[in-house]
Design a binder for this molecule. Structure first.
Ligand code: C5P
Length: 217
């Protein structure tokens, strides 16, 4: 397998900016698996599927047609031909995504799609279960962390009208759901390198990971 960089970690740890930066620096493709769970959730909400009912979600998980770009400069995602890159970042999707992502049928379908996109490699893949489930043979595995306060501050800067405290509470709720679900929970792979980004600038984190990737060959 040519280079696959698995980038896992909780929300607000800096995964997206770091993953895109590393992909650009090394001329690799980029895949945002969180966007895929968000797109699936957007579709379920639009269809009026009760997202807190796992069997209702499971029954329809095979229906939406997802297509994901892998260019780090414009990673568009569309559902049945509609570009949903904007709407999937809204609070309705953010509030529902962890429940949808906990449904095994959803994960089975999206993990298969992710493996198809990864193909022969040459890609940075960000998510929660990349080093553990999606690409356990990835030659480079990174687990990004940051303190809860730093993560909330970063996220509330990206969202409009959200206070740091409200963002921190929402992130804690999502992390709890993501780490305690039965199927593919968020955990650090035993062979992942942990990088704490609390007191590092974006370019420092990117160079550290580029250095790790270069060493891995
Ligand atoms: O990374 P992002 O915050 O956009 O991910 C949204 C949600 O998608 C996460 O909170 C998690 O519930 C789910 N997710 C997942 N597995 C992944 C990526 C994201 O369960 N590989």
């Amino acid at each position: 397998m040519t280079l696959v960089i698995a980038m896992d970690g909780p929300s607000g740890s800096g995964k997206s900016s770091v993953s895109k930066g590393v992909a650009r620096a090394l001329g690799l493709r980029y895949l945002d698996t969180g966007a895929m769970y968000r797109a699936m959730t957007w579709w379920m909400l639009r269809e009026g599927v009760p997202v807190d009912d796992p069997s209702a979600v499971a029954a329809r998980a095979g229906e939406p047609g997802l297509s994901c770009g892998t260019d780090p400069d414009s990673p568009e995602i569309s559902v049945d031909g509609t570009d949903v890159s904007g709407p999937i970042r809204g609070s309705e999707v953010t509030g529902a995504v962890s429940a949808v992502a906990a449904v095994p049928e959803v994960r089975e379908r999206l993990v298969a799609l992710q493996r198809e996109i990864i193909g022969a490699g040459g890609i940075v893949v960000e998510g929660r279960d990349i080093g553990t489930v999606v690409a356990p043979d990835a030659p480079v595995k990174i687990y990004l962390t940051a303190s809860p306060e730093v993560r909330a501050r970063r996220r509330s800067r990206e969202l409009t009208g959200a206070t740091v405290l409200a963002t921190q509470a929402d992130m804690a709720r999502r992390d709890r759901l993501d780490s305690t679900r039965k199927t593919d929970p968020l955990t650090r792979a035993a062979d992942a390198v942990e990088v704490d980004t609390s007191s590092l600038g974006l370019s420092e984190v990117i160079s550290e990971i580029v250095h790790i990737a270069n060493r891995a060959g």
